[in-house]
Design a protein around this ligand. Structure first.
Ligand SMILES: NC(=O)c1ccc[n+]([C@@H]2O[C@H](COP(=O)([O-])OP(=O)(O)OC[C@H]3O[C@@H](n4cnc5c(N)ncnc54)[C@H](O)[C@@H]3O)[C@@H](O)[C@H]2O)c1
Ligand SMILES: [Zn+2]
Length: 374
């Protein structure tokens, strides 16, 4: 399946196909082959777990298409998503002889995508970027939209650029080696896309037992395609987050606060977003914007994806975190609330009591056995 991402001054294609990693060389040759001869070199930025499992397949495919490639590794983990890593990678690029015609391939999860994307945007004032995402989160969310960035010690994603790739190659087969918890965490972002704008996608989660999704390559292609298509529609309409793009933050207001309050150790991002979506859905019903029956459908579809780590947080700390969130405007928290399956509304007058009640609701749900992580 192919998806075209239209931007105001350019466009690029996302190819979603099982096995496309083995055809990466062929795809890049078609894209770049005739532009400046065959001299363009490829620099693959990746992490050890991805290189060990899939590195050879990529380099073999590039070599078969006549590309010379160099693999550059960064250390694995969110704590290395920082400016020092970019500087270190840039040094390595210089040493390896990368020039302005070089192509940077971001080959990994969202962290590699964000870091290598920012690196490509800065190196020699910008070199060509290709994304080959390897986690669910990166495949159906992070690799498209053009946001790159790193964390500062005072907060996440505070330093970054907008920089779009020239191509995105999505191979769902790569997900076969992903830890199960990482797999599920990424799926919550797909459920999110269903709720904010794609009822058909939402129904896939309602009707499919979650464990059958992973081995079902065809459905995975569809889930990734529909999630990206939703994001692409939103991003094309609103590249810099003025309005519509904010709907993608459904579940993220409380989700980010839960992550920060537990120092990013207790929840994976998608898991925190899952709780954030349940909380926002609760707020929507309390403020009379949502039918009880739809609330139950949404909550059920989210909880069905798998067990979630328990919520045990203090409401007052969560308030503070929400107010300090960079998406808050002058200390007023902005919420994306569902009004029906496939439609959300941006609201900034949610009373503190409604937030507190929603957190109580999460704590109550956490007591149910199926919620806690084994
Ligand atoms: N730019 C955006 O629009 C955007 C959107 C959402 C999230 N993000 C960012 O993405 C990051 C999280 O990304 P993530 O969840 O992909 O985490 P990640 O990049 O840390 O990957 C998770 C783990 O899986 C491993 N891994 C990756 N692919 C694998 C594979 N195929 N097989 C086995 N192991 C594999 C990685 O080495 C890592 O240990 C966060 O920093 C977040 O801020 C960015
Ligand atoms: Zn997210």
């Amino acid at each position: 399946m192919k998806l075209a991402i239209a931007l105001p001054h350019s466009s690029y294609k996302v190819t979603i196909e099982n096995g496309v990693l083995g055809r990466a060389g062929h795809h890049l040759r078609r894209l770049f082959g005739n532009q400046s001869g065959s001299g363009r070199r490829i620099f693959i930025v990746t992490v050890a777990p991805v290189r060990k499992r899939w590195g050879k397949k990529l380099t073999a495919s590039l070599a078969a298409a006549g590309f010379s490639s160099t693999t550059i590794e960064m250390p694995d983990g969110e704590r290395y998503k920082k400016l020092a890593t970019i500087e270190d990678l840039a040094d390595k690029l210089v040493t390896a002889g990368a020039d302005r015609s070089s192509i940077v391939v971001a080959f990994g999860g969202g962290i590699v995508g964000d870091v290598a994307g920012m690196l490509a945007s800065l190196y020699m004032r910008g070199v060509t970027l290709v994304q080959i995402p390897t986690t669910v989160l990166a495949q159906l969310d992070a690799s498209v939209g053009g946001k790159t960035g790193v964390n500062l010690s005072v907060g996440k994603n505070l330093l970054g650029t907008f920089y779009h790739p020239r191509a995105v190659l999505v191979d769902p087969e790569l997900l076969s080696t992903l830890p199960q918890r990482e797999f599920r965490a990424g799926m919550y972002e797909a459920v999110k896309c269903g709720i904010i704008g794609d009822p058909k996608l939402f129904r896939i989660f309602e009707s499919t037992p979650p464990d059958s999704l992973r081995p079902d390559a065809e459905t995975m292609e569809t889930v990734i395609y529909r999630s990206l298509a939703l994001k692409a529609r939103v991003v094309s309409a609103d590249e810099r987050e003025a309005g519509l793009r904010q709907t993608l933050n459904f579940g993220h207001t409380i989700g980010h606060a839960l992550e920060a309050e537990t120092e990013y150790r207790h929840f994976l991002h998608g898991e925190a977003v899952a709780w954030g979506m349940i909380a926002a859905t609760h707020i929507a019903i309390e403020s009379g914007r949502l039918k009880r029956e739809t609330c139950a459908r949404i909550t059920e579809a989210i909880l069905k994806v798998g067990p979630l780590p328990k919520v045990r947080v203090s409401a007052s700390k969560i308030f503070k975190l929400i107010k300090n969130d960079k998406k808050s405007v002058r200390g007023v928290a902005r919420f994306v609330l569902p009004v029906k399956v496939g439609e959300v509304k941006i609201v900034d007058d949610v009373p503190e009591l409604a937030i507190k009640n929603a957190l109580d609701h999460l704590r109550r749900l956490s007591l149910k056995p199926r919620v806690s992580q084994p």
